[in-house]
Design a protein around this ligand. Sequence first.
Ligand code: GAR
Length: 178
Amino acid sequence: MIGVLVSGEGSNLQALIDAGLSIACVASNKDGVRALERARAAGIPTRVFPLEHYTDRAHRDSELADWLQLRGVDLVVLAGYMHLLTEPFLERFPDRIVNVHPSLLPEFPGKQAIVDALDAGVATTGVTVHYVDDGIDTGRVIRQVPVPVDPKETLVDRIHAVEHRLLPEVVRELCAAH
Ligand code: GAR
């Protein structure tokens, strides 16, 4: 079963839902985000784990892992989840946490990869799906798709379109291989 972690808009979550993948539950670090609405509209259980409610990040992450495992989750997908995960979470899902990122990693890690690629003036950027470790977008790459930067006006939309195709594809393969 798949558990999805979100923080924002949730368009990648929507792509996973639309692909018909079995999503057991969706957790967010932030309340009131569109991704939670999308999950609820699809009848998927949700819960918010705000950092402020816990003594520290490790404690929050360990409760988050408990909640996911209680729901039968054995593959965690980060779909626009904007917090680093700590060891008490990572050790519970070895090689079973993946993230989608809008650049050709290791280029342009972090929260504003598309802006960083534009600022750097590169001709090609892209999308990466990778395993998650304790760094910022540093885990082992599973799949990458290049995207030409020009025309710049449509770059964001073209990157998202690739994400929405690539993430469900990789997640489906990881489910089948397990
Ligand atoms: C996506 O573009 C995803 O690749 C990016 O956040 C966006 C979330 O959109 N993630 C990162 O930058 C991770 N470092 P969404 O909430 O609509 O899926």
